[in-house]
Structure formats: structure tokens, C-alpha cells
Ligand binder design. Structure first.
Ligand code: PMP
Length: 292
């Protein structure tokens, strides 16, 4: 944790090291809660309203009432950014079910806890000499929509963590999870794109991907640049056969991929990636007034 890290906890601003929630919070006991990761660029929260909309939908899907309105949450984030000393950073906004008895029934949890941590985040540290991330296709499958819908951004990330552990053991930077049918879903905290024959392809969210805010932006930037884009199911072979591959996410931003299961891609960072990366930076400049 960065020593500058500040937390807003149920109305109070505290150094993160002093911000604590009770041990019987069902967020801790059962992963019962929802969250968002939000980037700060030049002291502004990037695409905040989209994050708050997704948070509200995730909360509704798990029947969790957020005690603050979207305008009040916007004010919380602004207050947190004002108190945070760095110009750029990352906010983890969480709403947990709150305190309750040890059983998992949420019925007796009456007050959700709202937590917003401002800190720094490096998702995948790419070595200077390494052109991009080394991916592995994980044996851990993405949970299916009839178990836990992947569009719900809940505090339960254990299957992603298992995939990451597998990637760590294999010496890879990131794991790709397949869905129950064996088609490509997404990374542990990022969406995946490939470029093949000049076309920009990513799996549809119905394949088990989160409706990523960066994913949506990258599809729009690709279209604006005249690149043919398509949301279509992808198999592992499609990853191996790609001309380019990259990851997107709030934490990840855009990360070029060098190899998948030790098969090097022909181009990293590829020309389409570089164009989209520039367009992404320009969008940040336009919306937040530049990047440090
Ligand atoms: N998939 C998962 C599982 C994630 O946790 C994230 C990070 N929020 C993403 C994709 C990327 O989504 P976004 O671009 O909205 O951050």
C-alpha cells in the first residue's frame, strides 16, 4: 500500500492503514458485496458515471441496497480525490452487505458498508525488455451465467485468483479464462482483444466477459478509426493465430500481449494496438485534461 493512500469509509476520510470494517461484515465472510475500480487522471475520475451505473446494476442483481444515491457517490469520489495527494491514481469503490450474524443469510444485515480507497495500482508490471505480457490459457474456467452472471462485478473473485495462481506458477503474466464451453471469456481482471487480418475481435459478453468500460471504449475507438470490429466467440486457436492481441481494463489500461502459451505473436506492440493506445490517451486528455 502506498503511504499516501486515503480511504472514505461510511462518511469518514482516513489514512487507509486506519480504515477498518468489522470482522463480521459479510463482504469479508462471504464475498457478499459489489465493487468498481476507477482510474484517476489529473485529479478527475475517468468515466465515473459508467462505473456508478455498473455498480448500481451489480448491486440490484444481488438485491443489495446502496444507501447513497449516484449523485452522493459522485460527491464521495470527488471528496476522496480532493484529499488524495497524487494527480493520478486508482479508486476501489466497494459496497458490502455489512455486519451480520455468522450464517450467510443476508436478511439480518441491515446496513451496507461503503468503502472507497484511493491508492496506486499497477496491474501487470511489464519488464522494459519484454515487449508485452505473456499470457497462459488457464485450466480454471470462468463461472457460468447460471451460477454467477459474469456481468455482476461482485467481491467474489476466487476463480480469477485460482487462474492467477496458475499463471504465477507457469511464469506467465496473466491468465485467460475460458467459459464452460471452452471458448475465450476474459483475463483475471481485464477483457481480451485480438487483431486478425485487420479486424478487431473480442468475445461478446454473453461468452462470460465482464461488460468492460475500457472494452466498450476500445470498440468505439476502433470503429472511429475505420477498423472493422466484431464481438464474436473466439477459441484458443484464434488466440494462437492472432496477428496482435491485447488486454483492456481500468487497472490494466491497454496492455499489448507478446505471447500466449509460449507461442509468440508476430507483432507486439502491433500497429493496431499502437493506434488504439494513442486514441485511448487522447480520450483521457479530452475527458480529464491530460495524463501525467
Ligand atoms: N473483466 C474483469 C473480470 C474485471 O475485473 C475487469 C476490471 N474491472 C475487466 C474485465 C475490465 O473492465 P473495465 O474496463 O470496466 O475496468
Amino acid at each position: 500500500m502506498n503511504t499516501h493512500s486515503i480511504t472514505w469509509l461510511n462518511g469518514q476520510l482516513l489514512p487507509t492503514s486506519q480504515a477498518t470494517v468489522p470482522v463480521n461484515d459479510h463482504g469479508l465472510l462471504y464475498g457478499d458485496g459489489v465493487f468498481e475500480g476507477i482510474r484517476i487522471y489529473r485529479r478527475r475520475a475517468f468515466r465515473l458515471q459508467k462505473h456508478l451505473q455498473r455498480l448500481a446494476l451489480s448491486a440490484r442483481a444481488i438485491a443489495l441496497e446502496i444507501p447513497l444515491s449516484s449523485d452522493e457517490l459522485t460527491a464521495v469520489i470527488e471528496q476522496l480525490i480532493d484529499a488524495f495527494p497524487d494527480d493520478d491514481g486508482y479508486i476501489r469503490l466497494m459496497v458490502t452487505r455489512g455486519e451480520g450474524p455468522l450464517g450467510l443469510n443476508p436478511k439480518s444485515c441491515t446496513q451496507a458498508n461503503i468503502i472507497a480507497i484511493a491508492d496506486q495500482l499497477t496491474m501487470i508490471a511489464i519488464d522494459e525488455l519484454q515487449a508485452g505480457a505473456r499470457l497462459m490459457v488457464s485450466s480454471v474456467r470462468r463461472l457460468s451465467a447460471d451460477g454467477l452472471d459474469p456481468r455482476i462485478k461482485s467481491l467474489n473473485y476466487l476463480n480469477h485468483i485460482l487462474a492467477k495462481i496458475e499463471a504465477n506458477h507457469a511464469g506467465a503474466d496473466e491468465a485467460i479464462l475460458l467459459n464452460a464451453q471452452g471458448r475465450v471469456a476474459e483475463g483475471t481482471a481485464d477483457n481480451i482483444f485480438i487483431v486478425r487480418n485487420g479486424r478487431l475481435l473480442t468475445p461478446p459478453c454473453s461468452e462470460g466477459a465482464l461488460e468492460g468500460i475500457t472494452r466498450e471504449l476500445v470498440l468505439q475507438l476502433g470503429q472511429a478509426d475505420g477498423i472493422e470490429t466484431s464481438e464474436q466467440p473466439l477459441g484458443v486457436y484464434d488466440l494462437y493465430a492472432a496477428d496482435e492481441c491485447f488486454l483492456t481494463g481500468t487497472g490494466a489500461e491497454l496492455i499489448a500481449v507478446a505471447s500466449i502459451d509460449c507461442r509468440s505473436l508476430p507483432s507486439c506492440p502491433g500497429p493496431v494496438f499502437q493506434r488504439l493506445q494513442q486514441a485511448f490517451r487522447r480520450t483521457i486528455d479530452q475527458e480529464c485534461g491530460g495524463i501525467a
